[in-house]
Write a protein that binds this ligand. Structure first.
Ligand code: PMV
Length: 322
């Protein structure tokens, strides 16, 4: 039976992420460890026969290509450009609806999740079944439109789910981890500019090349230790690693007063460790609470943050349904 326009619908969803250890240094070839979170982006693609490409987000319509679509949706617009360049235009037109549970600019991987889910939904509705590696390459165009020079860790984690050990040269390795590890996340409410932060860290590298090289090495060491702790479920040690990483992130200039106050609030409760996650300069912090203390720590964090939640690490990455 031939499908009509109405019944061709693809739904792709992909999780956000936290970086457990290794952000920024991963851009300079260190290992880093990231994990998926329980907030996802869903992209629903349908063929609508209008011969136009329509974006729908938060109940508003935008058309692609068009300056509005590119301005409001740099990540999915770049992904679409890449797809049309590779596979040709979709002459029939399509409608793409983006639904996100991840606040923009929160450092929780919203642009990567949008890019991955858009790449998967749009290629599938065009009849292409791509490998994870191919989807990753296309999604990186969206991530680069936002972050300038991304390492690729956000895209790989969103694609694969679970815990990922990543380096630019060796790519992503899925890591087996102890189930039931609860991590608290608090968004500072201040969105950050990852691209500018990556550039400011590059200046520090230029100013202190030897010291920076040692920090890159230490960051790799901490990442490998974190993998070991996650496998064994050794939360005190995982927390210690987070606490060691934080002052280094502070030294490279990516923390700020608000994030420091949030970390102080967290640490005044009973926690194993806490640090910023992602690019910093705003964005979010992650906290590893001691068993049975999550509620108390969340209450403390709510003094500084309006967006606090708890996540276990979901195994599921990209999910596509047709
Ligand atoms: O996506 P963000 O803003 O959480 O940052 C990702 C982590 C960085 O190491 C700063 C950049 C990257 O692409 O690895």
């Amino acid at each position: 039976m031939t499908n009509t326009h109405e019944d061709v619908v693809v739904t792709a969803s992909s999780p956000g992420k936290i970086i457990i250890v290794g952000e920024h240094f991963v851009v300079h070839e260190a290992y880093a460890v990231a994990a998926a979170i329980n907030k996802r982006v869903t992209v629903i693609a349908s063929k609508d026969g209008t011969r136009k490409v329509r974006f729908v987000s938060q109940g508003r319509d935008y058309y692609f290509p068009g300056t509005l679509a590119r301005r409001f949706f740099p990540a999915p617009s770049s992904v679409m450009n890449e797809i049309f360049e590779r596979f040709g235009k979709c002459e029939e037109g399509m409608s793409i609806e983006i639904r996100s549970e991840i606040p923009r600019g929160s450092g929780l991987g919203s642009s990567a999740a949008v890019s991955v889910a858009t790449a998967a939904a749009v290629t599938r509705i065009m009849g292409k079944k791509l490998s994870l590696e191919e989807i990753s390459k296309i999604a990186m165009k969206g991530e680069a439109a936002i972050h300038g020079n991304p390492s690729g860790i956000d895209v790989e984690t969103s694609l694969r789910g679970g815990v990922v050990l990543f380096s630019k040269s060796s790519g992503a390795k899925p890591i087996a981890f102890e189930k039931g590890i609860e991590i608290l996340i608090a968004f500072s409410g201040k969105s950050r500019n990852t691209s500018a932060l990556i550039s400011s860290v590059a200046l520090i590298r230029k100013k202190y090349p030897n010291t920076f090289a040692h920090l890159v090495e230490s960051s790799s060491f901490l990442s490998l230790q974190a993998v070991d702790a996650l496998c064994r479920g050794d939360l005190p040690y995982l927390g210690a690693i987070m606490n060691i990483a934080q002052p280094i992130l502070d030294w490279i200039g990516v923390s700020n007063d608000k994030l420091d106050r949030m970390l102080e609030d967290a640490r005044s409760g009973r926690v194993f460790g806490a640090k910023i996650t992602g690019a910093g300069g705003g964005g979010s912090i992650i906290v590893l609470p001691r068993p049975g203390t999550a509620k108390e720590v969340i209450d403390r964090l709510e003094a500084e943050s309006k967006y606090v939640f708890s996540t276990l690490i979901p195994q599921e990455g990209l999910k596509v349904e047709q």
